[in-house]
Design a protein around this ligand. Structure first.
Ligand code: PLP
Length: 457
């Protein structure tokens, strides 16, 4: 039976629904909202029961095929999954049935590889069908840029321009972007991350550039979201005793794309008891769940888990929509979501820098496991959950904590806390010797515009 293709609606409810490829290539809906699937298929318990013996890329294919359906050739999707997911996804036991899932074995040692590698390949697939070309323009404070640069590197129909604040990224982050070349142009902006973002936004609104198809490829793209459902299925299928068991996942959250991937997984049939939302001191979402009132944190607080320093998460509008509400870009709640249902599904924890450091120390000394600040916050979330639910929580409850970056990306922090040198993953080794190529521009939109017109006309 041929299934009707899934349509995608905008969270602002003011744009028409579109098909998958249009939502993917557009990124943002014309009304400024974010795309979400209007309906979702179900993975049956029987199908779920067939996952334990499958490899990661096979599970990715099953899930994505279910969602994208006939809008992509089956064999092609299967090939893209095998190509994108050619690295390990370790599941490490901490104690009892408490596990850490390491999402840090991709080419840039960040969990963002999972989303970026699939999104880039899906875009390339649809562009090549019609011989179209696209330029990805994106601003980065470090990690997104390297994952995006790496994911788009070498693709035929896509070029990428990545802006980074000249003095705000680490040497390693910079080298992950600037040693690639080919279809990847990297520009150091003499300014801050916010300046880079402002320049990107101006370019998107500039009619003089309308002849150059631009997209942002940032975490609001639906093509980044869907692949982030897969690792929840993967971990579950490898660790659950049977498909009746319900699991707890702890998700270190900043822009809440990762959590959104989890919510989609649950909706299409993954047995999840609760998600633990673990944040740093930027606790606007835990506060919202507590009080029902949402207050942006501006400017966001600087914590050592730097990828989670977000005071107004871009994916929150999607979460609100998932629970029947409407939130606009400014963070105003137009229609309240079902808070009771949200509280049933989500358990929120906010973790201080001191607790983060103590957790890294504790986990290393007790279990000989190395965590970096983001993964430590997720683990602390499980500790808090266990403490608060200790009377009702059976010891056998399956809990999975997500580690989102490789510890080697935070050598100074780990040196200070543990007095050790984290081992370098193969993907990052040798970076120091590679030559760099990048442009430098003053913080001026006119200069960026000239650059784009000169290189991309
Ligand atoms: C981006 C990032 C996060 C936050 O993920 P969201 O999907 O934005 O919530 C957490 N940890 C690391 C290491 C990241 O790079």
């Amino acid at each position: 039976m041929r299934r009707k293709p899934i349509r995608y609606y905008s969270t602002n409810l003011k744009s028409p629904e579109v098909g998958f490829s249009e939502a993917l290539l557009r990124g943002l809906a014309p009304d400024g909202g974010l795309y979400l699937p209007a309906s979702l298929p179900l993975i049956s318990p029987r199908e779920l029961a067939s996952f334990p013996c499958k490899e990661y890329h096979e599970i990715a294919y099953r899930i994505l095929h279910k969602i994208i359906g006939n809008e992509i050739d089956k064999e092609e999707l299967s090939r893209l999954c095998a190509e994108a997911y050619n690295f390990d996804v370790p599941l490490e036991k901490v104690y009892d049935r408490k596990y850490i899932m390491r999402l840090d074995q991709g080419p840039t040692a960040s969990f963002k590889d999972f989303a970026a590698r699939m999104m880039s390949r899906l875009m390339q697939y649809y562009l090549s069908l019609n011989n179209q070309h696209l330029t990805v323009l994106t601003a980065t404070s470090g990690d997104t840029g390297s994952a995006v640069a790496n994911a788009f590197y070498g693709l035929k129909n896509i070029r990428a321009i990545i802006l980074f604040p000249a003095n705000e990224v680490t040497l390693m982050q910079r080298k992950q972007m600037t040693t690639l070349q080919n279809n990847i142009n990297v520009i150091a902006i003499d300014g801050k991350f916010d300046d880079c973002q402002r320049l990107v936004k101006m370019a998107f609104l500039d009619h003089a550039l309308s002849g150059i198809p631009l997209t942002s490829a940032n975490s609001i793209n639906i093509g980044r979201l869907l692949p982030q459902s897969v690792y929840y299925f993967y971990a579950y299928s490898k660790l659950a005793a049977n498909v009746d068991e319900k699991a707890i996942f702890s998700v270190p959250s900043g822009n809440f794309g990762n959590l959104m991937g989890g919510l989609i997984a649950k909706k299409i049939g993954l047995p999840v008891k609760q998600f633990i939302i673990s944040t740093n001191a930027n606790n606007e979402v835990p506060e919202f769940l507590n009080t029902g009132s949402y207050k942006i944190i501006d400017p966001s607080k600087n914590c050592i888990s730097s990828a989670m320093n977000v005071g107004h998460p871009s994916n929150l509008a999607r979460i609100i929509a998932f629970y029947g509400g409407v939130m606009d870009e400014s963070g105003s709640i137009i229609k309240p979501p079902d808070l009771n249902q949200m509280r049933e599904d989500l358990f929120a924890v906010s973790v201080t820098d001191e607790e983060t450091r103590n957790t890294i120390d504790d986990v290393y000394k007790k279990y000989n496991l190395l965590l970096e600040p983001h993964g430590a916050i997720a683990w602390k979330g499980i500790k808090e959950y266990s403490r608060i639910n200790k009377n009702t929580m059976p010891g056998k409850l399956l809990c999975i904590s997500l580690e989102t970056a490789h510890p080697a990306k935070f050598p100074e922090e780990l040196r200070q806390i543990l007095n050790i040198e984290p081992p370098m993953p193969v993907s990052l080794a040798g970076l120091e010797q590679k030559p760099e190529h990048y442009f430098s521009l003053e913080n001026s939109y006119g200069l960026l515009k000239d650059f784009i017109l000169k290189y991309y006309k």
